[in-house]
Design a protein around this ligand. Structure first.
Ligand code: UDX
Length: 434
């Protein structure tokens, strides 16, 4: 099929490359000329395992191309995916300017029947507005369908999530749109949920909010574990084996970050409010997530007392491993809080140090590896659970640290092993061992 993806950000590029890999002819369009010329030169603007290879292979086979000509991309496609950014506004609303702009552009350039699919995370009822906008600005009476097909891609695992999804959600209003999209996804052999557009939009809100709720629930429980001297990882295991609960997304830590959960939760809380429902449960989820960083900082202060002039080594800056994304990364708030207390910080991340902005960089020393961050530090913090931190030489770490103190915000290590190796090891919700 001929597919155009409008918006060559994270979702657009992964979706475009994967559809091309499945044998479709894909055009990725964006009005950012710099980004498109870089993509044409083979420079991929984001770090996502496997994406570069997929883009190279499919551009070579002429199944994938990049353009700034949005009108041309509209004309050449049977299916158009909207993958433009929907950033959060100050009041928590999603900014839908980009979506509206593309909808008008589609209306002006539509030359034959198209299925126009929302892929970006958008508030419920956006489909209705996209349809209304195209109807308003389209003058030639050509038929079209709007559909919703939310993405559930995790950064760092996006290609795998696309190729092997738990489910595909398709919200449609006509049989023609349904058949087109079911056909498109057929090669993936995954369960397909076909529903109406609003229900599909709500599945996305609900899924992300529910996952965020699981994380905040386990983080709240971790605080109780610390108080009573229990171990959150054992509690999560015991809960998770109940199939109705499941073990996934029950890893306690320093809270969720990234470009999706914090923004999507804010947006859903705001939408619910507008619809006349005060979603207090989600407000509590958000509050627990915010204060989880304070909980971590308290642990540091409990051990180091005064932070002024103490050196703190930090391992991991990205909001989770296998990505260079630092959007809403807990690391940033933690660094700012430590700096405000006068601590000296040495940080190492395998991937995203170059992305840290000037303001955060001030007073921060970047290290060439994990050991360099340990050298002369009063304490080592684990902020992101990159695999390479799981295999450190702890005898070396101990020698390099000024004192053998590790405060692990991601519960990466076995407390018993760390204790035996001579560390004062503090995790999240692992009071049983402390
Ligand atoms: C998320 C959703 O998983 C995906 O379906 C959606 O389409 C986009 O948003 P992503 O933001 O890439 O994906 O990351 P995810 O792996 O879901 O993790 C989000 C955050 O939650 C990370 O900061 C991670 O560290 C944290 N997390 C996750 C926990 O703290 N504990 C867990 O058990 C799981």
């Amino acid at each position: 099929m001929h597919i155009s993806i409008i918006g060559s950000g994270y979702v657009g590029l992964v979706t475009g490359a994967c559809f091309a890999e499945l044998g479709n002819i894909v055009t990725c369009a964006d009005n950012d000329t710099k980004k498109i010329s870089e993509l044409k030169r083979g420079a991929i603007p984001i770090y996502e395992p496997g994406l570069k290879e997929l883009i190279f292979a499919n551009t070579r086979k002429k199944r994938l191309k990049f353009t700034t000509d949005i009108g041309g991309a509209v004309k050449s496609a049977e299916i158009i995916f909207l993958a433009v950014g929907t950033p959060a506004l100050e009041n928590g609303d999603a900014d839908l300017t980009g979506i509206e702009h593309v909808a008008r552009n589609i209306a002006i350039n539509m030359n034959s029947y198209k299925v126009i699919v929302e892929k970006s995370t958008v508030p419920v009822e956006t489909g209705k507005w996209v349809k209304h906008t195209i109807e308003t600005y389209h003058k030639r009476g050509i038929k079209f369908d709007v559909a919703s097909n939310p993405e559930f891609l995790k950064e760092g695992r996006a290609i795998n999530d696309f190729m092997h999804p738990d489910r595909i959600v398709i919200g449609v209003e006509s049989k023609k749109a349904r058949d087109t999209l079911v056909n498109l996804y057929k090669p993936l052999n995954a369960p397909i949920v076909v529903t109406d557009i609003k229900s599909a939009e709500l599945i996305k809100h609900a899924s992300n909010s529910f996952l965020a709720t699981k994380i905040s629930f386990i983080n709240a429980l971790a605080r109780i574990c610390d108080k009573v001297g229990a171990d959150i990882t054992e509690v999560a295991m015991g809960m998770g084996l109940d199939k109705r609960i499941g073990r996934a997304f029950l890893n306690a830590g320093i809270g969720y970050g990234g470009s999706c959960f914090p923004k999507d939760l804010d947006a859903f809380i705001t939408i619910s409010e507008k619809l006349g429902y005060n979603f207090e449960l989600l407000k509590a989820v958000r509050d627990i997530n915010e204060t989880q960083k304070d909980f971590f900082l308290e642990k540091i202060k409990e051990k180091l007392w005064i932070l002024k002039d103490k050196t703190i080594g930090i391992l991991g800056l990205s909001f989770k491993p296998d990505t260079d994304d630092i959007r809403n990364a807990p690391s940033i708030a933690i660094i700012e809080a430590l700096k405000a207390e006068g601590a000296k910080i040495k940080a190492y991340d395998p991937c995203c140090m170059a992305k840290i902005n000037k303001e955060v960089r001030k007073g921060l020393k970047f290290c060439k590896d994990a050991y360099e961050a340990c050298r002369g530090s009063d304490c080592l913090l684990i902020v992101t659970e990159w695999d390479e931190f799981k295999e450190l030489d702890f005898a070396k770490v101990k020698k390099l640290l000024k004192r053998p103190l590790i405060i692990d915000g991601r519960n990466v290590y076995d407390p018993q092993v760390m204790k035996k190796s001579g560390f004062n090891y503090i995790g999240i919700g692992r009071g049983k061992h402390e």
